[in-house]
Design a protein around this ligand. Structure first.
Ligand code: PAP
Length: 329
């Protein structure tokens, strides 16, 4: 059982600068901590906001960086593992018995900028990183550190259909809330989600802003959905390799490297590893919370017809004319 919230949700020891900013930002009740604040159009808990600001002020992107951007609960852990395996397959061949993914949670191998590296507002130590650096973030497009767009850094964006995203988020929040006495009903959380009040919400703004960027600048931004990886994992992995300019050779294909990456990063395999069953992140969460069900369409087990209709209506309204379509909703 969790005894204290993960570090990025703790509200103590914030910098004076952050406290000053919080005092003037719009705030609303959060799902887990007491409040979330609207910074640059996006809802964020206080500690994460400190991380976002430190990252905006200090992060210097390198041309060779690869940054995974995701909406929370869209399959970040999965894509982190796939990208790590893909990009490090020369240094860490897939069939080696001590592959880092077998003994580390993907969040350790591919750290979040604002959740982990900059969460204390300090300059992190990048000296142990090898090039190309593989990093991650949940921040919306408007809040990306400037150097990311000014450099040749490549971005990969991942989202997931909003119904499954919501259910995954709701479960995750329930886990985090174990240390609180109160519980929030699914309906209460659902209404907040629909109003845009969720971690890094509004969900639709997050997705649409990156979607537009991916259309305008496909060499800089690769847009992907959880459902697309589930449906055609091999094709998506090959597309990612090509986008990152490290395509699979014929020999690798024949030797089963692709299949082995997909097998190693599969839900079943990662979930059952000792590190992901009993391990914990430095931010406090147990690794196992990142491996709940790993399926498309779990929302059907929770949504009423009214909830489904309401979200369909919002999706229709928000994404109309964008060319973006979610499947399995
Ligand atoms: P984060 O944004 O907090 O990092 P993230 O990894 O995006 O979390 O979301 C976790 C979801 O990805 C979980 O979905 P669920 O709640 O619907 O089950 C988790 O099960 C799923 N997931 C994690 N690893 C995998 C994987 N290897 N394959 C497929 N789904 C996965």
């Amino acid at each position: 059982m969790t005894t204290s919230p993960p570090k990025y949700l703790q509200e103590d020891s914030l910098s004076e600068e952050c406290k000053k900013l919080l005092s003037i930002l719009p705030k609303e009740k959060g799902w887990v901590g007491s409040y979330i604040y609207n910074y640059q159009g996006c809802w964020t808990p206080p500690r994460l906001l400190q991380g976002v600001i430190a990252c905006q002020q200090q992060f210097q992107a390198e041309d060779s960086d690869v940054i995974l951007v995701t909406t929370p609960k869209s399959g970040t852990t999965w894509l982190k593992s796939l990208l790590f395996a893909l990009m490090n397959r020369v240094k860490h061949p897939m069939f080696e018995p001590n592959h880092p993914l077998l003994v580390n949670n993907p969040h350790v191998l591919v750290p979040f900028l604002e959740h982990t590296l900059y969460v204390d507002g300090q300059v992190p130590d990048f000296s142990t990183f090898t090039s190309p650096r593989l990093l991650a973030t949940h921040v919306p497009f408007a809040s990306l550190p400037k150097s990311i767009m000014d450099s040749r850094t490549k971005l990969i964006y991942l989202c997931r259909n909003p119904k499954d995203t919501f259910i995954s988020m709701w479960h995750f929040a329930n886990n985090l809330r174990l240390h609180h006495k109160d519980t929030n009903s699914i309906h209460e959380m659902f209404d907040l989600f629909c109003e845009g009040l969720s971690l890094y919400g509004p969900f639709w703004n997050h997705v649409l802003d990156y979607w537009k960027q991916s259309i305008e600048n496909p060499n800089k931004m690769f847009f992907l959905m959880y459902e697309e990886i589930k449906e055609k994992p091999k094709i998506q992995l090959k597309r990612l390799a090509e986008y990152l300019e490290c395509p699979f050779s014929m020999e690798e294909e024949n030797c089963g490297v692709l299949n082995e990456i997909l097998r190693m990063c599969s839900f079943e395999n990662l979930r059952n590893l000792e590190v992901n069953t009993n391990g914990k992140l430095s931010t406090g969460e147990g690794n196992k919370v990142f491996f709940r069900r790993g399926e498309i369409g779990d929302w059907r087990n929770y949504f009423t017809t009214e909830m489904s209709d309401k979200l369909n209506h919002i999706i229709e309204e928000k994404f109309q004319g964008s060319g973006l379509k979610f499947s399995y909703v």
